[in-house]
Design a protein around this ligand. Sequence first.
Ligand code: SAM
Ligand code: SF4
Ligand code: SF4
Length: 256
Amino acid sequence: MFLQIEVTTHCSFICFYCAGRDMPQRHMEWPVFERVIAGIPPGAHAVSLQGEGEPTLHPRFWDMVAAAKIRGFSPTTITNGYEVDVERIAAELPDVAVSLDTLDEAEATRIGRLKLPRVLATVERLAALMGPSRLRIMTVDYGQDLAPLRRYLNALGLHQHIVQPLQRKDDYARRYPDRVRDNGVYHYRCRFLDAPVMRFFTIDGLELPCCFIKDTTGFTTIDALGTDLKRGVVPAPCAGCREIMTGVATVSRRPP
Ligand SMILES: C[S@@+](CC[C@H](N)C(=O)[O-])C[C@H]1O[C@@H](n2cnc3c(N)ncnc32)[C@H](O)[C@@H]1O
Ligand code: SF4
Ligand code: SF4
């Protein structure tokens, strides 16, 4: 199974689309991490140390990597690529992802992805050290021109390029409400509730069925989400989720 642990909400960047910027800024406490990792059943699971913050800022990030490995899990993360120890990443992580939305420094700064030259240096060094099979690039498509970025990644031989649209869920889109058109229709079926596809653990160790629930105020149990959907009710934590909607290719092309 794929497991994700939100180890911090702290970040040095201010991406306009990041739900984490509205969350209390803190690190996961070590006893919470220990409880979460100890509760994962044995198996060859991928454990991603990553939530709505920059995971490498956690003071015990490398202890977390070691703890996952000791239990036989495969640790991974997604990083913003700023102030990271590239040599250590290459030596200790089987694979890693770096987020990169644009090659235009002014544009990167405008959307909150700061320090682009440092991020590009990270990508290029990791590409040299880890090779294309161990390095993924994550891009949010918010309407920017992706052609220069694609050319750059091709030149580096980086074929693992994951381009994701802006999240349209209510608890993300409150940061950019004018960019999500309200034209989806709910069908109420969720793959993440039909079977345990993944588990996400919040900074407090709360277990969720997916990584898309950012406002947990209305959350009770995973089973309750499924029960609500079966009777045609959208639970508050799932409001606006494209997983349970049709007709939602809706991201506006207007700049943020
Ligand atoms: C929340 S970040 C955390 C890891 C790290 N700070 C980073 O930015 O790579 C994980 C990934 O989610 C993406 N992401 C964040 N907010 C998003 C949103 N509203 N819609 C789509 N993707 C988003 C980021 O661009 C990044 O690739
Ligand atoms: S770098 Fe990651 S955690 Fe930081 S603001 Fe951007 S998306 Fe959010
Ligand atoms: S937020 Fe979306 S993916 Fe997660 S349980 Fe709700 S409907 Fe499913």
